[in-house]
Write a protein that binds this ligand. Sequence first.
Ligand SMILES: *Cc1c(COP(=O)(O)O)cnc(C)c1O
Length: 348
Amino acid sequence: MIDKNMFASDNYSGICPSAWKALEEANHGFGCAYGDDDWTHRACDALRDFFETDCQVFFVFNGTAANSLALASLCRSYHSIICHELAHVETDECGACEFFSNGTKVLLVPGADGKVDLDAVRHTVERRTDIHYPKPKALSLTQATEVGTLYTVAEMAAIGGLAKGLGLKLHVDGARFANALASLNVAPAELSWRAGVDVLTFGGTKNGMPVGEAVVFFDHKLAEEFDFRCKQAGQLASKMRFLAAPWAGMLEAGALLDNADHANSMARLLATQLTGIEGISLVHPVEASAVFVRLPEPLIDALHDAGWHFYTFIGSGHARFMCSWQTTAADVGYFVAEVKRLADLQKI
Ligand SMILES: *Cc1c(COP(=O)(O)O)cnc(C)c1O
């Protein structure tokens, strides 16, 4: 069955088999509430193994909460957070970051292909040091970015060095961090704490879990009282084991990276096939699971009329097609044939 929602977003996908299996295994007997259970301990340990360091881990329901609570823990109300102008934190979180930090201001910087321009970051920090300016305190990056591109390990290390030099804490919105790891084929430690990342919001939902993101603090001091912050924000799950079990199951089975790797390879296949059609070109390099293309306006309309669901307002405002753990090569083939058929019809 072809489902015309399948390229709309990676959160249109279902629950992957290893997350489902873990949930089923966790669904026996009783478990301590609020995170003091075996599954939560096991998932935290699995994440510490994954990152090869003694990090502090918290599970929350979604990415908006993970980002805004993590950022709130880095800042006071008179501080500011620097991020890219396309960052989810700025464009898709309804001001949650400012709300949970009691008014910390978000300052935007530009940058090609969804990546912050380092000179702009430096300028934003150094242009004012007086008491009237919201003091820059954190830099937030998205990895993989909102337009499906990646910061390499070297770029991350350079940013980490810059942030340190400027006195900024470094946060990474990793809703698709697994896609970045799989694509760059590097150790999780290299792309995080060894590059200077202080706190990572690590996405599970878009990579095959039913719900839930992990907030991973590499600097223990910053995690102080984070449990209270989560509770007050309504983000402390009472049956925490069901947020944690998919992390344990997927990490132990290697599914976290396998799923991401699969989504990335489907995106590469889709990009190659779509750009083989006359009039279609890539907007950004395809480095993770997103494909952004320029499509002629009548073709966008024809696809929408034929029932295909995809977004055209995300990032720089082109058509975006997302792949997930659930996308198959047959799905890609069917969709590309449809695009070609509709494109050909318009030539007549
Ligand atoms: C999806 C996404 C999130 C999380 O969004 P929620 O809907 O709040 O779970 C965060 N950052 C980025 C870049 C995303 O794409």
